[in-house]
Design a protein around this ligand. Structure first.
Ligand SMILES: Cc1ncc(COP(=O)(O)O)c(C=O)c1O
Length: 387
């Protein structure tokens, strides 16, 4: 199989030392040595979530398993959900909640614009029955960062539990689980956490537990009560209900240590600097960002529209075929209209982004666009120096 440089919005290229953790001799998923490694990884994840009050788990599966666990576990007692959506992944959580038959209100925002906290406040004022609010932090389908801190604090005032998809942001964008009053946070290993896919880190506040424990739901694996029960009853031997991908947990321990050793704030600043420099370079090439307001743009994914002389899908294809660089196109209503570039974890570096800019310059020039070669690259370098 041909090798490509992964600049898609996850999974990202990972460091060889992380891969080596996965290649180490297999270990057992129970017993005191394993429990020590597992608990250490959970503690590291709590520091990345910035929670002391919350409970952390690592659920084997993709990010969606964690989201489904949150929605399923809160779905007892006919309590009402509000789902906020301004993109493909927000829409997915609508479908997921609908499949559980929960009473549901939906607040739709424009694709490419951040959610409006005032609209959330109005919705909660209008309908006092809403107990759970579900939202996406970084909407990978458009490159929009939603105002989680503001929405989290509004939900807290209305005593609603905020469930948030941080699949594309945990470890790369600021999140303060306790301080922002979040209820359940869900992420995935294959993005800013710099690992292969396969685990969904999850954090749960005491308030969310109170709501979960007041309801009764069927199901076992994605029922968070099962996870709590195993942590309590089997804590010293097998503190999770299923066989764990031990190599992946060990890889995650390594990458989370790396993030904390770099310094969480420094790591987040690195993502922001790279995103800013990339945006400046793309603007120089005449490539318009899909998220018009940089203040609403993710620092882990950048989406651009196609060029007037070269369609978005042609850009994605040329990067792949001529430069062995994989980026993504648009999803659903944005199919064929945008290009999405991931700069997450190990690829949130100028060294990883510069080849993308240089390749785009060449592709545009070949399509007859008047670009000064190196203009985008120089601009990226200048943006880097000016920070
Ligand atoms: C914001 C967001 N949420 C959820 C998902 C789904 O993650 P997974 O495929 O790990 O379930 C993705 C995947 O790209 C994502 O970007």
């Amino acid at each position: 199989m041909k090798r490509y440089r992964l600049r898609i919005p996850g999974p990202v290229e990972i460091e060889s030392e992380t891969l080596s953790e996965m290649g180490a001799p297999l270990r057992a998923h129970y017993g005191p040595e394993w429990v020590e490694l597992y608990n250490e990884t959970l503690e590291l994840s709590k520091r990345v979530w910035r929670t002391e009050r919350g409970t952390a788990f690592l659920m084997p599966g993709p990010g969606s398993v964690g989201l489904e666990a949150a929605i399923a576990s809160l779905s007892g007692e006919e309590r009402k959900f509000l789902i906020l959506t301004n993109g493909f992944f927000g829409d997915r959580w609508v479908r997921m909640a609908q499949s559980y038959g929960v009473p549901l209100a939906i607040l739709e925002g424009e694709w490419g614009r951040a959610l409006d906290p005032d609209a959330v406040e109005q919705a909660l004022k209008r309908d006092r029955a809403i107990r759970v609010v579900v939202m996406v932090h970084g909407e990978t389908s458009t490159g929009v960062l939603n105002p989680l801190r503001e929405i989290g604090s509004i939900c807290k005032r209305f005593e609603a539990i905020t469930v948030v998809d941080t699949v594309a942001t945990l470890g790369g964008t600021e999140i303060a689980f306790d301080d922002w009053g979040l209820g359940i946070g869900v992420s995935a290993t294959q993005k800013c956490l710099g690992c292969p896919p396969g685990l969904a880190p999850i954090a749960i506040s005491p308030e969310a537990w109170a709501l979960i424990e007041r309801g009764r739901i069927p199901g076992w694996y994605i029922n968070l009560r099962t996870w709590k029960e195993f942590a309590r009853e089997w804590g010293s031997w097998h503190p999770h209900p299923v066989t764990m991908p031990t190599g992946l947990v060990s890889a995650l321990r390594r990458t989370m240590k790396g993030i904390l050793d770099e310094g969480l704030q420094k790591c987040i600043a690195r993502h922001s600097e790279v995103a800013h420099a990339l945006r400046q370079a793309l603007l120089q090439l005449g490539l318009e960002p899909f998220v018009a307001d940089e203040g609403e743009a993710m620092n882990t994914v950048t989406a651009i529209r196609g060029h007037p002389q070269l369609a978005a899908s042609a850009i994605v294809r040329a990067l792949k075929e001529e430069h062995q660089i994989l980026v993504s196109g648009g999803l659903e209503r944005l199919a064929g209209q945008i290009v999405r570039i991931g700069h997450m974890g190990p690829t949130a570096t100028h060294e990883a982004m510069l080849p993308v800019v240089l390749a785009l310059e060449k592709i545009l020039q070949r399509a007859g666009v008047a670009v000064n070669l190196s203009r985008g690259a120089n601009s990226a370098a200048a943006a880097r120096r000016s920070l």
